[in-house]
Structure formats: structure tokens, C-alpha cells
Design a protein around this ligand. Sequence first.
Ligand SMILES: *Cc1c(COP(=O)(O)O)cnc(C)c1O
Length: 394
Amino acid sequence: MKTDDVKKLYDDYVLGTYSHLPVCLVRGKGSYVWDIEGKKYLDFFPGWAVSGLGHCPPAVTAAVKHQANKMLHISNNFLNCKQAQLAQKIAEHSFSSKTFFCNSGAEAIEAAIKFGRRYGNQYGKYEIITMQKSFHGRTLAAVTATGQVKYHDGFDPLPEGFKYVEFNVLESLQAAITPQTAVILLEPVQGEGGVHVATKEYLQAVRKICDEQNILLVFDEVQTGMGRTGEMFAFKHFDVEPDLMTLAKSLGGGVPIGALVVNNKVENCLVPGTHASTFGGNPLVTAAGLAVFKTIEKERLLENARVMGAYLREKLKALQAKHAFMTDIRGLGLMCAVQCAGDAAEVVKKAMEKGLLINCTQGSVLRVMPALNVTKKLIDTAMEILDQSMEGIV
Ligand SMILES: *Cc1c(COP(=O)(O)O)cnc(C)c1O
């Protein structure tokens, strides 16, 4: 098969919900991927932030192979040692918590909304406050939680009880809170919305409000979690613990897994039968999740994310001095972005032609989020290509 053959099959049989780059990727190793014609690319946005350890990380691939030979799936009515161990690992690295497993970020958000409502309903509360420019996924409740009208278009009527406030602006939040407010949901670093980092003062003030008014604080760490920002979970940068935390994306190192992590406040209102997922946390995906944690610990990838993140931003700033089109560099750890003065899609296209994969979000923001085990050498290579791709763009 050639790229054009695959494209033809897509045109005939795959629903057109995505715009596609004309590239069919068939193989990956570390920070590199190859297309069906054998062209090699340096991947600085691996798998939409799913492949946080790069492509086919050896420990994850080995764990998946091993588990696939033993037991792929069992129902959640039986005990599954991998699921139990992964929940323990998450608790060791987050807060005193218990975990519910599902299969995606949107499902983790869906669970957070359901559990938040269930907790709130005990006190006559039901409202969910989320942030403008947020992104929480595409199921009906998750897309409603997403504070961007473009994602709501054509799906009316949306579930009730959602409100949107300005991110990082305390007054905006305060004005929206009522005695019915059950949940405040936010990303500590907004991802799809353009990589906007919350301030410490803001998150600490939000925590205080939640404590005083019996509101649950939910951090969506689907994109920021698992070391992306240089801490295992982004909340650690702010000295603020949420009551609930959603995970997905790189939790499985490439296999589909989602998780909702809750503290003991919420735990008690969840009894058997209140929520479920058939595939959630099955042996295959939780074995992968355990291997992801082990790899991050063993290879000291949090430290690498901090050091390489600082290096990457320094290099991006040096490029910014050269290209007026780059107006701002934002980020935390290896979650980095370049604000551009205009449409940045052309830069992504040019970079791809030259063998570098990066992402454009919100039209004018370039997301540069390499694997946590990236090296200075790879960053240098990427920056050279980005430099060339910026040439002539105004
Ligand atoms: C990607 C993302 C989601 C949705 O995850 P899916 O697995 O696509 O459902 C939710 N929240 C954040 C912050 C994300 O980045």
C-alpha cells in the first residue's frame, strides 16, 4: 500500500470527522516515526500527547506483549492485580486517593461530572463551573464542560447546569459561584486552548473558595499528567491538591486508558452500581500503565522533563528573537507552545515537509511537546527545522 491507497480507503469508508495530514505513519521508535514510503520524521507532538515516553517505549511494549499472552481482558466483577497495583501507584504519586478506571479523557471527565453531581446532590448542589478556552473531550457532558462555543455548535440541547468563567481571573469565578455550585473544573495548564499556565495565587485562591463553600475542585490532568510538566502531576507545582483528578493520554504510554482519581470526600458517596465501564482498567492497559510509571521513575524522566523543558524554551526564545512571527513562548516542563502572530498551520506544514512533526492549536499556537526522554541533540535538530520552517512566514 501507498499513502494514496490508504487515502482512497479513508475517502470511501472512514467518517470525515478529522482533517488529515497526507501522511500515513506505520512505525515509530522513540522520538522518530516513519511513514509508509519510509520517510523519517522527528516527532515533537507524539500521538497528541499520548506517547509521552516516545513511540514503542521498550518497557511498555514488553509489558503489553507479556500481558497479551496471559490475559487480555476480564470483567470488573473479578479482581485484577494490575488494576489494583496501578491504582496504588497513582495514589503514591498524587494524593490520598482511590481510582476509577475508564478508557479515555472524555470518559474520565464524564465520571468526574457524575461523581461531582452525586456528591453535590447531597447538599442540593449541581452547578459545574469550567473555564473559557478549556478542553475536556467530546462526549456530550465533556463537550459541554469545554468552554469553547465552536465545539458546542449543532449539538443542542446540551446538558444543563454548566457555567464558564475566565481562566486565571478570580473575580470572574467569584461572580459565577452560587449556593448551588457543586464543582469547579479546570486544567492547571490549558492544553488545547493554547498552553496557558494557571498562576499559583489563582489556584490557591480557588482551593480556598472550594474549602469554604463545600465545592469540589477537579483538575483535568489528562494532558498535564504523567510527567509532562516536569512533575508527575501538574498540581504539584502549585501546592494545591484537587479533590478529583482526571488522567488519560500518556497514562498508558500508547494504549487507551483513562482514570478518575478521587479523595475520601467523594469516595463515600460511590457504592457498587453508581458507575461502571466494561473495558475500564483491563489487565492489558493497566499493565501498560504500570510500565509507564516504572519507566518514568527508573529513567528519572521528571528531572529530564524539567531540564529539557527549560532548554527547549530557551532555544525557542532564541528563535523568537529572529522571527517576529513568534510573539510569545509559554509552557511548563515539556508542555511548550509558541504564540504566533497569525495562522500557524503553514509552519506545521513546512516543518512536516522537512521532517519535523509539531501541532497547531487555536489557529495561531504551535504546540511543541516532545517525549519526556527527549535529548538536547534532538531539540537542537528540531529547532533547526523550525527555524527554516519559519523563514518567509509573516
Ligand atoms: C485530550 C483531552 C481530553 C479528552 O481526552 P480523550 O481521550 O480525547 O477523550 C480531556 N481533557 C484534556 C485536558 C485533554 O487534553
